[in-house]
Design a protein around this ligand. Structure first.
Ligand code: 5RP
Length: 230
């Protein structure tokens, strides 16, 4: 395992120590969340930890099943105790950009239904300002693609419809929608931008997660820090 993967694994393991018996746990998506799912599975199998997971993507669902983590749904449990997820950028106020993995809509639904959202990242994700050298992924209903792109450009964004690297086909989310990655540059008011994007007809959700987490675990080469917002 290379250095970066080892950092992701360690930060994920640290976060799973927070999980207690009886909890309903939101399971994030991505290459860091993968280690969290594996560690949670280990605790379920080896320590007899009793939890129910709610996956934020089909990929996570498969990985959780492989790990023998019992799963439930938002219909059964509309309120979760905790969710653990990755992020693409985290600013000093613990606002986030998420969605490079394309699971932003289910992530926002499940992560914000949790009493506590814990974010796990390596230090490269820490930034002074969201949006610098980072796109905001936006999920869009297919028939609305062209008019939504026009409106996103009017908001000052440079748009790129996401495609699948190998085939060139348009990327499709678990919900059957497209993703447009939008470069806005430095974002000064994330809450206002989040709202302006989400009121465009045809937009399902966007990757700005503003004011939704109070705990971030950050992995460095030789340590894991826990940042908390008061
Ligand atoms: C998926 C996400 C991921 O959590 C985010 O992209 C971080 O992933 P990784 O841990 O692989 O860097 O938002 O939609």
């Amino acid at each position: 395992m290379n250095g970066k993967e080892e950092i992701k694994r360690k930060v994920a393991i640290e976060s799973v120590k927070l999980i207690k018996d009886g909890q309903i746990v939101g399971l994030g998506t991505g290459s860091t969340a993968k280690y969290m799912i594996d560690e949670l599975g280990r605790r379920v199998r080896e320590e007899g930890l009793q939890i129910l997971g709610i996956p934020t993507s089909l990929w996570t669902s498969k990985r959780a099943k492989k790990n023998k983590i019992p799963l439930t749904t938002l219909d059964e449990h509309p309120k979760l105790d905790i969710a653990i997820d990755g992020a693409d950028q985290v600013d000093p106020e613990l606002n986030l950009i998420k969605g490079l993995g394309g699971a932003l809509t289910r992530e926002k639904i499940i992560d914000t239904a949790a009493e506590e959202l814990v974010i796990i990242i390596d230090e490269s994700k820490l930034v002074e300002k969201l949006g610098v050298n980072q796109v905001v992924p936006i999920e869009i209903i297919p028939i609305a693609l062209a008019p939504v792109i026009e409106k996103l450009r009017k908001l000052g964004g440079k748009t790129k419809v996401r495609s699948v690297k190998d085939t060139g086909d348009l990327f499709m989310t678990d919900n059957g929608n497209y993703i447009v990655d939008v470069a806005f540059g430095a974002i000064t008011n994330g809450k206002i931008l989040e709202t302006k994007i989400n009121i465009i007809p045809g937009v399902v959700e966007n990757g700005l997660f503003i004011g939704v987490t109070k705990i971030v675990f950050v992995g460095y080469k030789n340590r894991v820090d826990r940042i908390e917002k008061k």
